[in-house]
Design a protein around this ligand. Structure first.
Ligand code: GLY
Ligand code: MN
Ligand code: MN
Length: 438
């Protein structure tokens, strides 16, 4: 793995530099300074919140734990890493930089955030980071023109980034297999989560997002992040949405399982799985992502009808809002350095946006697909009490078989989520490729 990364990294860095050159020229800056960031301090406390590196920083180099460090880029010069290695016997101090990337940087070791800031270039400098990374005397400016340009282009992954995301998928799918085993062995949500972490070899703070491990009705809570300590009797279903990180790149994977004997729920999972795979096949260059989302609603309408939940056509279920009650989130999003990566609505590199289709306020991506973009495809079908109550009060209620719907509330819901790279040809399904190996 490391040899492959070493071989791919120079081209990645060249791409990142070239994009930065253009962003600076375009916005009229001489230098780019990117703060790795500092962890926030808890109110009235001497403890910090967990640290997350600035995604702009980890774009340049595989350092996810270098608080207080800075990356400096001046077009035409070797990029510079101002690396903070405090003299501190309370904490583990970051190791001196090593690895396939170090020779590409001029590295300056400093001992305090103030010393780091003293190294920042004078002149017109785009300073990118959170306000708390600022130390007296400097002002983070996050220039919009620079950010818009960088964010727009960041959606296109380099071969190096794709390799990291494949590895994040391999770790995630290995852990998903362990989680399914724990579910089938009767473990609680906490027990399943622990099996996941053990197999991933990652702690919670390293995961790209808080895992969702939802048994039975909990699957109907879209962002369920509790962990019950006792398994329900019986455990009928598991919805698990959990990823892994590699050098700051994320995987985002969801699977839904039916317990043995829950054949009616398994049949619904199978129908959703087939629809999901056909949506994945639509990840092709030139396609607006919103088309996929709207198509997923039509497919959901057909599934609801074929499985006896509604008595109307797929088209009318979409039209009347029935499908939105069962699938109230977007089909997916761009993914990379952030799980929900930036610029999902970008029309161009100058900050233009593409609106969401009307009536779909939670869609996170409207961009037109291009080769080397990575997006998630994550259709859902949930039995959410609040939304079902609202639907029941609408005229479309008459088209719903409520007895059938009520019988499925005990399963919570279904989501199936893969990470998919757009290519110039058939898409690469990072998640399914990784499951095939695990
Ligand atoms: N795990 C967050 C999401 O699927 O978008
Ligand atoms: Mn997702
Ligand atoms: Mn997810």
């Amino acid at each position: 793995m490391n040899d492959r990364l070493a071989a791919l990294y120079p081209q990645h860095l060249a791409t990142v530099r070239e994009r930065a050159d253009k962003a600076l020229a375009h916005a009229g800056f001489d230098h780019l300074a990117v703060a790795a960031g500092l962890p926030g301090l808890k109110f009235l406390d001497d403890l910090h919140y967990s640290y997350a590196a600035n995604p702009h920083f980890k774009h340049w180099l595989p350092l996810t734990s270098a608080p207080g460090s800075w990356l400096i880029h001046t077009p035409g010069s070797k990029p510079k890493l101002i690396f903070l290695q405090p003299r501190d016997y309370w904490h583990v101090v970051p190791d001196a930089p090593s690895g396939y990337w170090v020779d590409a940087f001029e590295i300056v070791i400093v001992r305090s955030p103030e010393e780091a800031v003293a190294q920042l270039p004078k002149g017109k400098c785009a300073l990118i980071g959170e306000a708390q990374a600022a130390v007296a005397g400097i002002e983070i400016n996050n220039p919009k023109t620079v950010m818009d340009y960088l964010h727009y282009h960041r959606a296109i992954k380099t071969p190096y980034e794709l390799e990291l995301m494949r590895e994040a998928s391999r770790i995630g799918t290995r852990a998903h297999r362990a989680a399914e085993g724990a579910f089938r062995a009767g473990k609680s949500e906490l027990g399943i989560h622990q099996a996941y972490l053990e197999a991933a070899g990652q702690i919670d703070a390293e995961l790209p997002y808080a895992s969702i491990v939802a048994l039975n009705e909990h699957g109907a809570v879209l962002h369920y992040t509790e962990f019950t300590r006792h398994a329900p009797q019986p455990a009928r279903s598991l919805l698990i949405d959990a990823g892994a990180s590699v050098h700051g790149y994320a995987s985002d994977i969801t699977r839904t399982y039916a317990a043995t004997g829950a054949g009616e729920f398994q049949a619904l999972i199978d129908a959703m799985d087939a629809a999901q795979q056909s949506q994945v096949a639509m990840v092709r260059p030139g396609r607006p992502y919103a088309d996929l989302h709207l198509h997923a609603h039509l497919q959901l309408g057909a599934i609801l009808r074929q499985n006896g939940f509604i008595r109307t056509s797929a088209e009318s279920a979409v039209e009347s809002g029935i499908t939105r009650a069962f699938f109230p989130h977007g089909l997916g999003h761009s993914i990379g350095l952030q799980v929900h990566d930036v610029a999902g609505f970008a029309k161009d590199e100058h900050g233009g946006t593409i609106d969401r289709p009307q009536g779909h306020p939670f869609l996170r991506m409207t961009r037109t697909l291009e080769p080397n973009m990575v997006v998630t495809i994550e259709p859902g079908l949930y039995f959410i009490d609040m939304l079902l109550e609202e639907l029941r009060a609408k005229p479309a209620s008459k088209d719903v078989d409520w007895t059938k719907v009520d019988a499925f509330r005990r399963y919570g819901g279904i989501r199936i989520e893969d990470d998919v790279a757009c290519t110039s040809d058939a898409p690469e399904n990072l998640t399914r490729d990784a499951f095939a190996l695990s």
